[in-house]
Ligand binder design. Structure first.
Ligand SMILES: [Zn+2]
Length: 1017
């Protein structure tokens, strides 16, 4: 009895603090819509905060408002309409957006015309509004999209008085529609809307945009008399189904309905089954194949098989889509079995006969190559003395970084430790602002970036000195702060040095993530020895206790993700400068982490690392394995292995399958949460040589690049599950489940894929790896930076007529991708060359104008070229010696690969997609000329092959689009030789097909089509 009564008390207390709807605050997928589509969300439960991750907090202007209890939503905002009281949203909310959806609940209390639910725009002549009780001119619910003389309106029944009503207004710019939904159903739609958002908003200065709830942009002094709840702004045109789901979830008091998650949104062009899918239309048969594997390991089935075509057509190898089991039950015993695949656009059913043998386990390689240090490779101008894209992008970031104030990047660290801010220090915005639970992440990227910038600017002494000064200042401050943790403030004062014995903040009984000025704890003496972060330890502790991702103080963001950036940054500084305080700070935190995690049961770790976003730990396993190598302390390696994502790596707690056995465990998961974990696996393998870690990384790379990759090299962007940052729900189904409306190709994910790819190549010199590297580097990373400044992309959308959006040009408000961009563009030269660990071989991986100083051999290599604006490059040696020169023969070099040494032709047998070895005693002044004629080729989407990207050599060519569009751009190409349909100039890489201009994607800043609907004639 006693126990029951006590339980009852505790439960009712919880119910008081945590109203039911709070459980989904800030969810990654909210009402079936990925948060990447959400710009901002105002629940109005007692405050005007934005509950998205974007920190676009509203401001309630005036005094005639109150937050009042409500039986459906718990607590809502009530505006009296009596005086000038309204809600104002930040102008940057709509910055650079293509389309817009606005949704919200309204309880209208008065039928006076002229009241507005919202009014967004530049002024009373260019705006978008909804008037629930009509305008002065027209009765009924009126919405209007007005820009100058153009005026589009919808008119429907007035919003009923004194009951909750859900409104959703959708401006779908590519579809040219404006739609009004009432209570989850379409009320009225206007077609042929010939306006876009740049006519509505001031795109040069966000501050000139006015976004009001409850007040019109016109002159009338009529204010809204209504209750409001859950007002949301989306950057995508929501579908009827999504809007209905928001409505029904709201009616249930915030409890999402079960099911329906696995259905792709019907917002992508659909093709009839009879649509010819490129060369597959000429396909007669695909022969069966034989594949071998060993017990326990799923076979690696060939994605491409030689096909037989009709009428002597020479088609490419045929993409076969095989079923992808979720475990390894098919291969648990020796024997044979048959797998049946499919070929998109045909009824062919190719077969693979799999032989499972008992013998042995797959072999694993050693690490035989090393990368050069950044200061050993310098980017050069091209042979015409033009700056390359590499140099242009590098300089935008170097210039921007040199001008930064390190105190801004230290602001939240000092804030967490209760220290005074120095003169001129300004807090960063974005994901580092006061109340953002990820604050400090940009500081980690910044440390890495200034370390790389220091190493990469040997060409300019003053820049080097600038970055050296910044590194010292940052590290000294962080070191001093870290030394405060877990030490008494005054002699004899109380403290807690034990990382596992951090007490709750004074006056509290538990832990919370309150980072507000008034709520943040700063009792660093209790945080355990060595602790360093831009927030107190609570988020780490809450994660262990089951906290989920979200914006409330009972929730967290991703504490270990942020920590990974900081630790990696500290080690980057240590490695380029030898600053031992940087290493000491990293060690202190590594020890802190090990103390906490080593006492947790395995089930807790599995639960933590599989928790959406909350358990996202970046590459903590990589950072700790690296720390172990740098320090020689095996304890950090043990700490690294505590981050093993057991479900991903080994399938289950019994270690029965997973990526180690080639089972695809990451379908539908958040891409960038998991790629760094794989980088960690290969880093752990480097020093342990425990084979599973190699297989995990190798299998992951094979699956992700074959089954999840867009043509630019990006790997995320799902319609199912509906999240721009997730892998598709099933492999090899990009068209069925990918091309999320909210965007694709999170730039961080490609940053991490390049890092993984480079690491794998040091173990396994497969040209396939560096072919991918070239693809991702040229067509995503180089393409992700703004034309004239260091602004950069988050997602890179590839739907028809998309536009890249660049942000953070002033380096003052970072998302994750703004962070990795700092790193990418300060190390662009890092994979052009590798050397063998014994210095007997050199690898030339990329054809980039550059100079290598191979100090270990006292040899220089100057690479002179205008590649990719020409198809040849010349390597000139300074110094002499015998070594193997390994040059990459790209997979696309199908028209030959020609070599001249000292001007004379050398007969070589170069196979596309391999490395060619040229061995001799090289002399000073020797030259090697490589020529690899470019050709045009198509890269189709595996499950809808008429949708394809056009490449010319390594360069993805994008159609330059004059206007938004909903359908893929159609092009007709000659089936026997597509180049017959293309004209243009290879030296500028500008081409024309049917009057449409194509440019490299990395030179495209306007509207583009990277994928085309290709008809072969
Ligand atoms: Zn990112």
């Amino acid at each position: 009895m006693k126990i029951n009564r006590l339980l009852g008390t505790v439960l009712s207390l919880c119910a008081l603090v945590t109203p039911p709807a709070l459980a989904q605050d800030g969810d990654q997928i909210l009402d079936g819509i990925g948060e990447t589509g959400l710009i901002s969300r105002y629940q109005f439960k007692g405050n005007d905060r934005d509950w998205s991750r974007n920190n676009l907090h509203a401001i309630i202007q005036g005094t005639d408002f109150s937050f009042i209890p409500d039986s459906l939503f718990g607590n809502v905002l009530a505006l009296s309409g009596e005086s000038e009281t309204f809600v104002s949203l930040p102008g940057e909310t709509v910055s650079g957006e293509e389309s817009l959806t606005i949704t919200g609940w309204i309880w209208l209390r008065n039928a006076k015309p002229g009241q507005v639910f919202f009014d967004f725009g530049k002024n009373g002549n260019s705006h978008f509004f909804a008037a629930p009780a009509g305008t002065k001119e027209k009765p009924g619910l009126q919405t209007a999209f007005v820009a100058g003389a153009k005026d589009y309106t919808t008119s429907s029944d007035a919003v009923p008085l004194n009951k909750w009503c859900h409104l959703a207004l959708v401006l779908d710019i590519p579809a040219k529609t404006m739609s009004t939904y009432v209570n989850g159903a379409l009320a009225v739609e206007v077609k042929d809307v010939a306006l876009d958002l740049s006519q509505l908003f001031d795109t040069d200065s966000d501050k000139n945009n006015k976004l009001y709830i409850g007040k019109s942009l016109g002159d009338e002094k009529i204010f809204l008399n209504a209750k409001l709840s859950d007002f949301r702004v989306y950057r995508i045109p929501l579908t009827q189904r999504q809007i209905a789901r928001i409505y029904y979830t709201g009616l249930r008091g915030g409890n999402p309905p079960a099911g329906r998650r696995g259905q792709a949104e019907p917002n992508l062009q659909v093709f009839p089954a009879t649509t010819p899918q490129l060369y597959n239309a000429f396909l007669v048969s695909v022969p069966d194949t034989q594949v071998e594997t060993t017990v326990g390991n799923l076979p690696r089935l060939p994605r491409f098989v030689k096909g037989v075509y009709s009428n002597g057509v020479k088609g490419p190898d045929v993409r076969v889509i095989w079923p992808a089991p979720g475990d390894n039950s098919q291969v648990l015993a020796p024997g044979t079995y048959t797998v049946t695949g499919k070929v998109s656009g045909t009824s062919l059913q190719p077969k693979a006969v799999v032989t499972v043998s008992a013998a042995g386990t797959p072999a694993v390689p050693h690490r035989t190559l090393e990368a050069f240090r950044l200061d050993q490779v310098t980017l050069d101008a091209d042979i015409h003395d033009h700056k390359t894209k590499f140099i242009e992008n590098r300089d935008k970031f170097i210039t921007g970084l040199a001008a930064t104030n390190p105190d801004n990047f230290l602001y939240m660290f000092r804030n967490a430790f209760g220290q005074k801010q120095p003169e001129g220090a300004k807090p960063l915005g974005g994901w580092d602002s006061q109340q953002t639970k990820l604050r400090g992440h940009a500081t980690g990227h910044y440390l890495s970036a200034i370390a790389q910038a220091y190493a990469s600017t040997g060409y300019d002494a003053s820049l080097r000195a600038n970055f050296a000064g910044k590194m010292d200042y940052m590290v000294n401050t962080l070191y001093d702060l870290s030394q405060l943790s877990g030490q008494p403030r005054t002699a004899g004062g109380e403290f807690s040095a034990d990382p596992t014995a951090v007490p709750p903040a004074a006056g509290k009984t538990g832990y919370d993530s309150d980072l507000s000025e008034g709520g943040i704890r700063t009792d660093y003496q209790n945080w355990g020895k060595g602790f360093i972060s831009a927030y107190p330890p609570d988020q780490f502790i809450m994660l262990e206790k089951g906290a989920t991702y979200g914006g409330s103080n009972a929730q967290i963001w991703a504490p270990y993700y942020t920590l990974h950036k900081i630790m990696a940054g500290l080690m980057d500084v240590y490695e380029v400068s030898g600053n031992t305080k940087a290493l000491e700070t990293a060690k202190g935190m590594g020890t802190w982490v090990y103390a906490r995690l080593s006492q947790l049961p395995k089930e807790t770790l599995i639960s933590m690392w599989n928790r959406y976003i909350a358990g996202e730990f970046g590459g903590m396993n990589e950072a700790l394995a690296r720390l172990s190598r740098i320090t020689g302390d095996a304890g950090y390696m043990k700490a690294a292995q505590l981050f093993d994502n057991i479900r991903l790596f080994y399938g289950d707690a019994g270690y029965s399958h997973g990526l180690a056995k080639n089972v695809d465990m990451f379908r539908g998961l958040h891409a960038n949460q998991h790629i760094p974990q794989i980088i960690g696996a290969i880093e752990i393998y480097r020093d342990t040589e425990a084979p599973d870690y190699y297989h995990i990384a190798d299998n992951f790379w094979d699956i992700v690049t074959n089954d999840y990759m867009y043509s630019i090299g990006g790997v995320a962007g799902a319609r199912n599950p509906n999240n721009a940052e997730c892998f598709t729900a099933q492999p090899a189904s990009l068209y069925e489940n990918g091309f999320a409306a909210g965007g694709q190709n999170e730039t961080c994910a490609t940053y991490n894929m390049l890092k993984l790819t480079g690491s794998l190549f040091l173990f396994n010199q497969s040209a396939e790896l560096m072919d991918y590297y070239e693809r991702g580097l040229y067509n995503h990373i180089l393409a992700s930076v703004a034309e004239h400044n260091a602004g950069n992309t988050y997602h890179v959308p590839l739907r028809p007529g998309s536009v890249k959006q660049f942000g953070n040009e002033d380096m003052d408000g970072f998302s994750c991708c703004n962070g990795t961009a700092l790193e990418s563009s300060t190390k662009l030269q890092n994979s052009v060359y590798f050397r063998s660990a014994d210095n007997k071989a050199l690898y030339v991986n990329l054809y980039v104008p550059s100079t290598l100083t191979w100090t270990e051999r006292n040899i220089t290599v100057k690479q002179s070229t205008a590649y990719p604006k020409e198809d040849r490059t010349v390597l000139t040696f300074g110094g002499k010696g015998k070594f193997d020169l390994n040059v990459r023969v790209p997979h696309w070099a199908t028209k030959g690969f020609f070599v001249k040494i000292n001007g004379k032709d050398v007969k070589v047998d170069a196979v596309p997609g391999s490395y060619l070895t040229l061995s001799r005693k090289w002399k000073k002044g020797d030259t090697v000329e490589l020529r690899m004629p470019f050709s045009f080729y198509l890269e189709p989407v595996m499950d809808q092959q008429n949708i394809a990207s056009l490449f010319y050599g390594p360069v993805l060519l994008a159609a330059q689009e004059p206007a938004p569009r909903t359908e893929w751009r159609k092009v007709t190409l000659d089936a026997s030789d597509i180049s017959k349909s293309i004209t243009g100039d290879p030296s500028t890489l500008e081409f024309t097909i049917d009057g449409v201009v194509f440019k490299p994607f990395f030179d495209t800043y306007g509207r583009h089509s990277v994928y085309l609907d290709v008809v072969l004639k």
